[in-house]
Ligand binder design. Structure first.
Ligand code: CA
Length: 692
């Protein structure tokens, strides 16, 4: 019990320190961290733990709806709703922001940054946005096209806007900005397409750039921006800068105000294959790393690379969190992360020392992490330059962006994990860098092309692995094992939130919103919202009542590449807010009925179909789904109106639907290639009709 108390006190000390330190600089923090939800992960430590306990394990069954807000969006909702001064702020796809009255759900203002929809293809994993930052009367949003925009929190009017990226390159912003030490910090995405990643801090009041941390070095011939880049360049080989090197930090950035350190999780290599990126050699710093930066300068204080010489899209951008743990009788200030690569890391957050790293999912690329060197112990099949290798986790990771939470009362991390993801990795022998398209250097997307290859080309010991499932893990970071877990038959479910009411909340891919007992995992409350949830909930107090908000909106990479576990098609996303003794007559959201199909003649010749299938996998599948089966958010091409196929060339090669987000692929596809894709889609349509 004493240990528990120490942990609780340590945790509260962190919050108190955060408030005290920031009070001199931040009105945000003065408003109080505890009973509002003022930043993406609730507070600087981003444990997503609320000390509120009005809603608790004895009364959670009395939860009902306080109000809902329809978002007018049919794509993925990933934002955590923030609440300050009686207003809830959140974002929806295409980076638009809305503010609603926290008492009623009534819209106060709406802000659409008018992102040019023809750039939607730059977003690997849907045109999502994970939310806003609040500070000093302003609301900050990162727009998909690379702008960072400050709005007036009262009116939604633009105060300032800066372009944070070279917009001629395939950079995107989907992450929530964070404000720390009077600076608003934002990263970017785009490593799949070929860019050089970085994080930039701007003066929160003026938008003036304070510093930039480049994750990977540029062309040495141009000179290095700082000694960190000169050092990093010693770990790279070949002409990596031509594609960009990658490392984009598109999600996690947290802050320890006492240490004055900014912690950034960095992304995967670009292209994925180290063989193609760096002549098959080198650690390639600072890819796939947790990097601590000086908040004043953006210079590296320490780094820990979770995946040296990344070959597998193993980003370390996944959510970071700070707490204190008693390890071997010693209280340590720690930073924790469950990155894509399948190991759960606990590091000393002041020094970067590795304290533990144990697998939380199926891992076949490494047998463990050496405590002596801090490096992973790779398996013989991990590096796939000479063969095809089925490796777990796959590029989706054992954990993706879905926020985890930590309760100092139970000592458990509530981790939305994926169990058993895998991918057939191989170096694309025909790879060449093509601007404007995916540049992974592997056949990602065209999995059909790979599975047609003979089994003897696979590395020994690799092959089919069980289908992907996911699990909510109540991970004990001291025991390095789950104390309890909830298995889901679907892909990843939503982010989590823990409260002092002994509760953990999570939305699921099949459309439920659930409360579990934080200590033993007993399911205490479960409502069917009718639409898959990927975002994390938040909780806040107003007029003496505790509320819980969550955005429900199916989408993101799970929907683009996968399916929709609710079986529904195009369901409007909704912001739900719950309160004790609210309306318990909850009606699940309904989708649009799929149209009746009529036959459209097509060319079934195997050569045409095979060519069309390959081209579809390369150019179309990342949005319209594997084998043309939509995951429920973007139009299902198999169900297109017959007349659509008459103007197929106009749509695909002349940009007829760019206003809807369909890019003009005229520069990438010949007329004959576009036609092969059309014949393939029509064959998939015919397959649906046969099954009916
Ligand atoms: Ca990636």
């Amino acid at each position: 019990m004493k240990t528990h108390l120490n942990i609780i006190l340590a945790s509260l000390t962190l919050c108190a320190t955060a408030s005290a330190s920031a009070q001199t600089t931040s009105e945000l923090v003065e408003a109080g961290f505890n009973n509002e939800w003022l930043t993406y992960g609730h507070d600087y430590a981003e444990t997503r733990f609320s000390t509120m306990n009005q809603i608790n394990d004895t009364n959670v069954s009395r939860l009902g709806v306080a109000w809902t807000f329809d978002t007018d969006s049919f794509r993925g909702l990933e934002a955590t709703p923030l609440m300050m001064d009686g207003v809830v702020y959140a974002t929806r796809p295409w980076s638009s922001v809305f503010a609603v009255d926290a008492r009623t759900g009534e819209l106060l203002w709406n802000y659409d940054p008018q992102v040019d929809k023809t750039i939607g293809w730059k977003a690997c994993c849907d045109v999502v946005n994970r939310g806003v930052a609040l500070y000093d009367g302003k609301v900050y949003v990162g727009a998909l096209d690379g702008r960072l925009i400050a709005l007036d929190a009262k009116t939604g009017q633009e105060i300032w806007s800066v372009v944070t990226v070279d917009q001629s390159r395939p950079y995107t912003i989907t992450g929530a900005p964070r404000v720390m030490d009077g600076k608003v910090v934002i990263g970017n995405g785009g490593s799949e397409l070929g860019v050089r990643g970085y994080v930039t801090a701007y003066d929160a009041n003026t938008g003036e750039q304070a510093w930039r941390f480049w994750v990977v070095p540029g062309n040495p011939a141009d000179g290095f921006e700082n000694p960190d880049m000169e050092f990093a360049a010693t770990t790279w080989f070949g002409n990596w800068w031509e594609v960009g090197g990658g490392g984009t930090s598109w999600d996690s950035m947290i802050y320890d105000p006492e240490a004055r350190l900014v912690y950034v999780g960095t992304g995967n290599g670009s292209p994925w294959s180290r063989e193609l990126r760096s002549n098959g050699m080198g650690d390639n710093l600072f890819l796939s790393s947790i990097v601590a930066l000086d908040v004043d300068t953006g210079r590296v204080a320490w780094y820990y690379q979770t995946t040296p010489g990344d070959d597998w899209d193993y980003t370390a951008v996944q959510p970071l969190m700070l707490t204190e743990l008693v390890i071997n009788g010693q209280e340590r200030k720690v930073i924790m992360q469950a990155p894509k690569n399948g190991f759960f890391y606990v590091l000393d957050r002041i020094t970067g020392e590795l304290l533990s790293a144990e697998p939380y999912s199926l891992v076949t690329w490494a047998t463990g992490v050496s405590k002596e060197t801090g490096r992973p112990i790779e398996t013989p099949q991990a590096r796939y330059a000479d063969f095809i290798s089925t490796i777990s986790p796959g590029p989706g990771g054992a954990h993706n962006w879905h926020p985890m939470s930590y309760s100092p009362l139970t000592g458990l991390v509530y981790l939305p994990s994926q169990q058993g993801t895998r991918f057939d990795y191989t170096v694309d022998p025909n790879y060449e860098y093509k601007p404007g398209t995916w540049n992974t250097g592997t056949p990602f997307g065209s999995t059909e092309g790979i599975t047609r290859l003979p089994q003897d080309q696979y590395a020994e010991g690799t092959g089919p692995i069980n289908p992907t499932q996911s699990a909510l893990l109540a991970w004990d970071p001291l025991a390095n094992a789950p104390r309890w877990q909830i298995d889901y038959p679907t892909g990843p479910s939503g982010g989590t939130m823990a409260t002092a009411g002994n509760l953990v909340f999570q939305g699921t891919a099949d459309g439920h919103f659930v409360a579990y007992a934080a200590d033993d995992g007993e399911k205490l409350w479960d409502v069917d919202l009718g639409i898959g949830v990927i975002a994390a909930p938040s909780t806040w107090e107003l007029d003496g009542k505790q509320y819980i908000s969550v955005l429900a909106g199916w989408g993101g990479s799970s929907a683009l590449f996968g399916t929709n576990p609710t079986g529904k098609y195009k369901v409007e996303g909704r912001l739900w807010t719950f309160v004790l003794d609210g309306d318990r007559n909850i009606q699940p959201a309904q989708g649009i009925d799929r149209p009746e199909l009529t036959a459209v003649p097509f060319d079934a010749a195997p050569a045409v179909q095979s060519h069309g299938a390959d081209l579809f996998a390369q150019r179309c599948a990342m949005c319209h789904g594997r084998n043309a089966a939509s995951g429920g958010t973007i139009n299902d091409l198999r169900y297109a109106a017959p007349a659509t196929f008459d103007i197929f060339q106009n749509i695909v090669r002349e940009g007829a639907y760019t206003g809807l987000g369909m890019p003009n692929l005229g520069a990438f596809l010949t007329e004959a290639e576009a036609d092969a894709i059309k014949q393939f889609i029509l064959s998939r349509r015919a397959a649906v009709m046969e099954q009916q």
